[in-house]
Design a protein around this ligand. Structure first.
Ligand code: PLP
Length: 405
């Protein structure tokens, strides 16, 4: 055999991705400032200049999560790794965990509980509805030996937001710790880790933080530190063992754990800095502001929401596909003709629902108008009766009624 025999058959050239507008369930667009930050020189993961920046990331992350938790850092892996890190550290074989399931991600939490030897008590709510606190309380009454309550704050598969504050209060009343998924909510809607008493929280870099995928901000309360310290069994993952990781992310003597993705962390630093510059309240208000306009436009196209108004996530708009429309063809044309990506429905919603993200830097006035115009043109071309220009006009009207900037 010759080394040349192993060359790919297809001639491969430099990869230049097209410039898209990402308005699906994530990733959202990366801000140019963040892309630029990633292109800076790579440093060693123990270089003092780099570790100083890691401390800044921890500080900025505490602001984003609204917490003073010492154990606040970024997991080197996507949101799913942040999720698994919470479960693998906090569960010992036989532990009972109440898992709330009102969409795809609650289902993944059940998988996590079971794979780590725990016993999942599932509290089901309908897709598109928030987690019902009364059902959680009933489950806690019936299962007084429960150790943890886990739920998704922002269910990206449906666009429903659950009342994290109330759910954490109930969990605390029954002496349980909480694991909260905020992958889609961080930066987009309010999260107050300390005020709400959240014990373990994880998020993702690629939704409302305007950063590329691949990192997961996490934070743990002192109660979790105690729990992990007092485990009878070793954490069933070497890579995700918080105790070992803190030898690197902790602030005193740093030793090698794994090679941190240094350039990716520059990006996270830049995106968290941008969030701090904008201010959390402003960012939350911006997500709501653009949502109101997008909603007004959708109404002119006969598109209604899956989730009731008071439980809706402004950053994830799940809407029913108008009757008789080939939803896949619409998405194909948005991508091919407008370079605009939106999301399809998952599970029971497949083929019936579209998911429009307004996350992070994708959440802008020009994107709302662009998306409504593109959608209106395509639907009109495909034979749907629409009044051309009405969707963007309705959005403009909304912006005029609710000036924000
Ligand atoms: C996107 C998402 C995840 C998974 O994050 P990845 O970065 O894709 O691993 C988990 N939970 C929710 C609610 C999400 O929206």
């Amino acid at each position: 055999m010759n080394t040349e025999d192993f060359r790919p058959e297809k001639e491969i050239k430099i990869f230049y991705p097209p410039q898209r507008v990402l308005m699906g369930p994530g990733p959202s667009d990366t801000h140019p400032r963040v892309l630029n930050a990633m292109a800076r020189p790579t440093l060693g993961h123990l270089d003092p200049v780099f570790t100083e920046m890691m401390e800044e990331i921890k500080g900025l992350m505490r602001y984003a999560f609204q917490t003073k938790n010492r154990m606040t850092f970024s997991v080197s892996g996507p949101g799913s790794v942040g999720m698994e890190m919470c479960f693998v550290n906090m569960i010992e074989p036989g532990d009972k965990v109440i898992v709330c399931r009102n969409g795809v991600f609650g289902g993944r939490m059940i998988e996590n509980v079971e794979r780590h030897g725990g016993v999942a008590v599932v509290v089901d709510d309908k897709w598109g509805e928030p987690v019902d606190p009364q059902k959680v309380e009933d489950a806690l009454k019936k299962n007084p030996d429960t150790k943890i309550v886990a739920f998704c704050h922002a269910e990206t598969s449906t666009g429903a937001q659950s009342d994290a504050k109330t759910l954490c209060e109930i969990a605390r009343k029954y002496n349980c710790l909480t694991i909260v998924d905020t992958v889609t909510s961080l930066g987009g809607t309010p999260i107050k880790v300390d005020e709400w008493g959240i014990d373990a929280i994880y998020s993702g870099s690629q939704k409302c933080l305007s950063c590329p995928p691949g990192l997961s901000p996490v934070s743990f309360s002192e109660r979790v530190t105690e729990l992990v310290k007092n485990r009878k069994t070793k954490v069933h993952s070497w890579f995700m063992d918080i105790g070992l990781l803190l030898n690197y992310w902790g602030s005193s003597t740093r030793t090698y754990h794994h090679t941190a993705p240094t350039n990716a962390l520059y990006a996270l630093h830049e995106s968290l800095l941008m969030l701090a510059e904008e201010g959390l309240e402003h960012s939350w208000a911006r997500h709501r502001y653009n949502y109101e306009a997008l909603k007004a436009g959708f109404a002119t196209l006969g598109m209604s929401y899956v989730v009731a108004e008071q439980h809706r996530l402004p950053q994830l708009n799940s809407v029913f596909v108008p009757a008789g429309v080939d939803e896949k063809e619409v998405r194909r044309r948005l991508l091919d003709d407008y370079s605009l990506e939106i999301g399809a429905g998952l599970g029971d919603f497949a083929g019936k629902v579209w998911r429009f993200g307004l996350m992070g830097t994708s959440c802008r006035v020009e994107n709302v108008i662009f998306c409504l115009n593109a959608l209106e043109s395509i639907l009109s071309d495909m034979g749907m009766k629409v009044e051309r220009g009405a969707a963007a006009a309705a959005a403009h009207q909304k912006y005029a009624e609710n000036p924000m900037f």
